[in-house]
Unconditional design. Structure first.
Length: 84
């Protein structure tokens, strides 16, 4: 799995808007212009897909998972994540 380098976004108090596709065939992050899409293979039940999104995004940003928090879109495909 190859992830894009998102370290330019890894600033404190930054918010990132993403569109999530759960139950995808692969884990991936696509960044086109100002839009970011995250594909995860996990199912959207009991927060499993949200946890997978946080883990994947943290790896691409080069920050620990504990610095990321979901601030909007817990049950939606459109999410906003903040870097603490």
């Amino acid at each position: 799995m190859r992830l894009p380098d998102l370290t330019d976004l890894a600033l404190s108090e930054t918010t990132i808007a993403v569109r999530v596709t759960p139950k995808a065939s692969r884990n991936a992050i696509e960044r086109k212009g100002g839009e970011m899409r995250i594909y995860v293979t996990t199912v959207p039940e009991n927060g499993k897909a949200n946890a997978a999104v946080i883990k994947l995004l943290a790896k691409a940003l080069g920050v620990p998972k504990s610095r990321l928090s979901l601030i909007r879109g817990e049950t939606s495909r459109d999410k906003v994540i903040r870097i603490d």
